[in-house]
Design a protein around this ligand. Structure first.
Ligand SMILES: [Zn+2]
Length: 200
């Protein structure tokens, strides 16, 4: 199979359809006959252990991994397209891994959060690098947005949401809340610039 080696990065806020877009792209390569593998860090146990599921329910078979070492072990030499969901939950060396993998003639499609709830670059779990390092080496970048659900009277705002506000008991979470809290619609609210409450 001819490949045009590169790294595709799908970044965006929660509820922007990142996983759905990842699945769509990996599916497209698979239909064209490429050998694919799809990985996801196992910390998110909300859904089935055999499928990657986006918030809107699309599914694709996925291999859950504890971290980079396990992914490196499980990547088959014949794989041509490697998908990584929730890449921000990996270790910093995932940046080098993706770079080397593309340099070796393969295709990487990775999706993840660019920023955390404080609007800072999301830091990998070993805290050595953040998502800006992955952004730097990407060949194609797609930035997806959600829809701002801020209530204005009886209607919601409806602008494109470039940020997600962490909410605890209906109030904006304090800055010292833990960065990683796997949650759903209840704990996070998509916000446009006008309605995001910025931290210092
Ligand atoms: Zn808004």
């Amino acid at each position: 199979m001819n490949t045009n080696p590169h790294l595709e990065l799908i970044i965006g806020t929660m509820f922007s359809g990142k996983s759905t877009e990842l699945i769509r792209r990996v599916n497209r390569y698979e239909i064209a006959g490429y050998e694919i593998q799809l990985f996801k860090p196992a910390m998110d146990k909300r859904y089935s252990q055999e499928h990657v599921t986006s918030h809107d329910g699309l599914q694709k078979e996925v291999e859950f991994i504890q971290g980079l070492a396990e992914m490196e072990k499980r990547v088959r030499p014949t794989t041509e397209v490697l998908g990584i969901d929730e890449v921000q939950f990996m270790e910093s060396d995932v940046v080098n891994f993706c770079d080397t993998y593309a340099q070796d003639g393969k295709i990487v499609v990775a999706s993840g959060l660019l920023k955390d709830f404080q609007d800072k670059y999301f830091i990998f779990k070993d805290k050595l690098k953040d998502m800006s390092a992955l952004l730097r080496i990407a060949d194609h970048v797609t930035y997806l947005k959600a829809i701002c659900t801020y209530q204005e009277g009886l209607a919601i705002c409806g602008n494109e949401a470039t940020r997600v506000q962490r909410v605890i008991d209906g109030k904006v979470a304090p800055a010292d809340s833990p960065t990683v809290k796997v949650g759903g619609k209840k704990d996070y609210a998509p916000r446009c610039r006008k309605h995001f409450q910025f931290y210092d």
